[in-house]
Design a binder for this molecule. Structure first.
Ligand code: GTP
Ligand code: MG
Length: 200
């Protein structure tokens, strides 16, 4: 059983240069604006307001680093959650969008500490073009020491038959609900497994 012993905000950065020093393994939360990245960070951390979430898309505008201590059988492991701005947020100027995009892709491509990309997809919209684009992009930049996991969020909004459709198309699909705390423990165990290579 994995426990979150501590989770704290470290800093916000607008680009790679301003990030925390390389070294601690990172889990990067990627996905459309409003998909539930910040909420999932809170659910995984067992905290209500660690990462700021909002029903208004475009809440997270910077790269936010959270230092996390997990324990398994009294042994402590540290990692960082990295909350990222959502893509597809339309209500900013084009130049600002380009700047975000550039800063975001630079972080994803060049940040050595990233061990795991969590690609969050809204379970109500499992087949969107821009999620396909993100999927392809991540598979393009992923290094041999990194893993990509696709996570379907807001599973509480789905009927059983909608869940079946997702499972049919994506046999390894991980469905979570941050609000109902469904699938969170399983995801935490999987993250631990990927990042620390433990056989649970
Ligand atoms: P940006 O920072 O704008 O990119 O958004 P985000 O991906 O961080 O989303 P955020 O966590 O702020 O959540 C967006 C909205 O979705 C909020 O109103 C949340 O309450 C809601 N939400 C997040 N997770 C869930 C969930 O599991 N179930 C339901 N029903 N709503 C959720
Ligand atoms: Mg956010």
């Amino acid at each position: 059983m994995i426990h979150v012993k501590e989770a704290r905000f470290v800093k916000s950065a607008s680009k790679l240069d301003e990030s925390t020093p390389e070294g601690i393994s990172e889990v990067a939360f990627i996905g459309r604006s409003n998909v539930g990245k910040s909420s999932l960070i809170n659910a995984l951390s067992n905290r209500k307001d660690l990462a700021k979430s909002s029903s208004t898309p475009g809440k997270t505008r910077l790269i936010n680093f959270f230092h996390v201590t997990l324990t398994q059988d009294e042994t402590a492991f540290t990692l960082q959650w990295v909350d990222l701005p959502g893509f597809g947020y339309a209500r900013v100027s084009h130049s600002m969008k380009d700047e975000w995009q550039k800063n975001l892709t630079e972080y994803l491509k060049k940040r050595v500490s990233i061990r795991l990309f969590l690609h969050l997809v809204d379970a109500r919209h499992p087949f969107l073009e821009n999620d396909k684009a993100v999927h392809d992009y991540l598979h393009d930049v992923v290094r041999p020491d990194q893993t990509i996991l696709r996570i379907f969020t807001k599973a509480d909004k789905l009927t059983q038959s909608e869940i079946s459709v997702i499972k049919k198309h994506y046999p390894d699909a991980l469905l979570v609900s941050s609000s109902r705390k469904k699938g969170i423990e399983q995801l935490l165990a999987q993250i631990f497994n990927v990042v620390f290579g433990a056989q649970l």
